[in-house]
Design a protein around this ligand. Structure first.
Ligand code: SAH
Ligand code: SF4
Ligand code: F3S
Length: 470
């Protein structure tokens, strides 16, 4: 893939700014300040994309609302990772027919990973006629142009051409916090894990130029952001497509040289390309949180092979051992899929044994959901849903007692936390995170929001810690 075909030319981005101006003029004719609603599903990539969509809408003069009944433009940013995620979106989109009946001038847009799938686009075309615009993640940067087409002609527009993907620089962003920010460092995925839809909807891996990333982070740090999370489906593939020789560990070391009081987190790390070079860089960089989300998916090597994950149980455990040897305080989390097609009870229990051996701080657990078009969806899947649920519950029970035990060990200690917001709770009015990313419900003054504090941990449960700011 030639990088010149990947980076959107500056002229094309300028054209989007023209469309933004034209839309601003159109919206002025509404006779009231235009309002937009952006509803986001899925992972942090989608959250970051929604912040860009909001950036574009803001430049068109839009304010924001959560009330579909008051909106002039609604954007539903969707996720296709599991069937449930898709069902939820179809439910939400179905309901919007009423908002459209009340306000025929309303423009309804569907974007994100579901929208990139042809079958979904066809279903929307045929059965959800109140949806005006459908576009996939590949076309995100073209949103002003596509929205202008709809708003000026009122024809329905579908832009789901499946390309290898683009990098669009210079899109406006509305950040929802003044403390925490997401920074995409790469897009797409080349791994084709056999169960996963992402490579089909997010295109091939492409990395942003390091200078762009460093400039964005420098600007964020200078404007007072305290926590920056680097995003990519597999950040460890960073740089493979760049002309300059740079990998993710090198990038972390470069970022770390930016002066300031801030923490860098990143997600997600694919274990296959996470190695000693990365763990050594994490250990050496003061600004890099000693926190690692390293999804194992399964604790059984046969299942891992069928998943096309590119590592065995033993190789994974060796990586964890090395990471902990250089970062003894490491907070480790993972994703697990239970019930991959053909998985037996014994194999699922290998996963339970693995999590007991690793003792993760927290887990994100899923029951396998077949995704049409992926190789795993064609495999025989003899275990029943009820059986899978039993295995899943065993996994949850095991993890809950591990998390509770690890959290209990914090009680009595004083830890540094970043206070990131109010909680609405009277007893624990603040919400904060440790450097390792553990949630601390905090007693303290609202004036602490946006700053670091020392918290004495007084209580804990399976999911969180409770502390007093000192
Ligand atoms: N790129 C990340 C994962 C993104 S998807 C990585 O490789 O680590 C987030 C999680 O959803 C995955 O780690 C996996 O555990 C889960 N997942 C993906 N496809 C799934 C499917 N078809 N059924 C159930 N869970 C799935
Ligand atoms: Fe999906 Fe695997 Fe890519 Fe993660 S690495 S997005 S699980 S294909
Ligand atoms: Fe979902 Fe797309 Fe993320 S499928 S998990 S929103 S990359």
């Amino acid at each position: 893939m030639d990088r010149r075909e990947v980076v959107v030319p500056a002229g094309d981005m300028d054209r989007q700014r023209d469309y933004t101006q034209r839309l601003a003029a159109l919206f002025q004719q509404l006779g009231h300040p235009p309002l937009a609603m952006v509803d986001t599903y899925g992972c942090q990539q989608n959250v970051a994309d929604s912040q860009r969509i909001m950036g574009m809408l803001q430049e068109m003069g839009c304010g924001f609302t959560q009330d579909a009944g008051r909106a002039d433009v609604i954007v539903i940013n969707t996720c296709a990772i599991r069937e449930n995620a898709e069902k939820k979106v179809f439910g939400v989109v179905g309901q919007l027919v009423h908002a459209k009946e009340k306000n025929p001038g309303l423009t309804i847009c569907l974007c994100g990973c579901m929208a990139q799938q042809e079958a979904v686009a066809e279903k929307i075309k045929a059965s959800y006629r109140h949806v005006d615009l459908v576009f996939g993640p590949q076309a995100l940067w073209k949103f002003p142009e596509l929205l202008y087409e709809v708003c000026s002609g009122r024809d329905r527009v579908f832009s789901i051409r499946n390309e290898h993907g683009t990098i669009a620089e210079g899109m406006p962003v509305v950040r929802e916090s003044a403390v925490k920010a997401w920074v995409s460092i790469m897009y797409g995925c080349n791994n084709f894990c056999s169960y996963c839809i992402v490579p089909y909807v997010r295109g091939r891996e492409r990395s942003r130029e390091p200078e762009r990333i460093l400039a964005e982070i420098r600007e964020l740090v200078e404007s007072g952001f305290k926590e920056i999370t680097l995003l990519g489906q597999n950040v460890n593939s960073y740089g493979k497509d760049l002309d300059c020789p740079m990998d993710f560990a090198d990038l972390l070391r470069e970022i770390d040289r930016i002066p300031g009081d801030y923490l860098i987190r990143f997600m997600t790390s694919h274990p296959k390309d996470a190695g000693e070079k990365l763990f050594d860089a994490m250990a050496a960089c003061d600004h890099v949180a000693k926190q690692l989300h390293l999804p194992v998916q399964s604790g059984n090597s046969r299942v891992l092979k069928a998943m096309n994950r590119g590592y065995t149980r033993e190789q994974y455990l060796e990586k964890v051992r090395y990471a902990r040897s250089v970062m003894p305080e490491l907070v480790l989390t993972s994703d697990i899929i239970i019930g991959f097609p053909g998985e037996t009870e014994e194999e699922a229990m290998d996963t339970v044994a693995l999590i007991q051996e690793v003792r993760y701080d927290a887990l994100f657990t899923f029951i396998y959901s077949p995704r049409p078009g992926t190789p795993a969806a064609k495999l025989p899947d003899p275990a029943s849903r009820a059986e899978k649920q039993v295995w899943f519950d065993r996994l949850l029970d095991a993890q809950n007692s591990i998390s509770a035990g690890l959290h209990r060990a914090y009680v009595g200690k004083t830890v540094r936390v970043l206070v990131d917001g109010g909680s609405g709770d009277k007893t624990w009015p603040l919400s904060s995170r440790t450097a390792g990313g553990r949630l601390v419900h905090l007693k303290g003054d609202h004036g602490l929001i946006g700053s670091y504090a020392e918290a004495r941990i007084v209580d804990s449960n399976t999911w969180a810690l409770f502390g007093e700011a000192r």
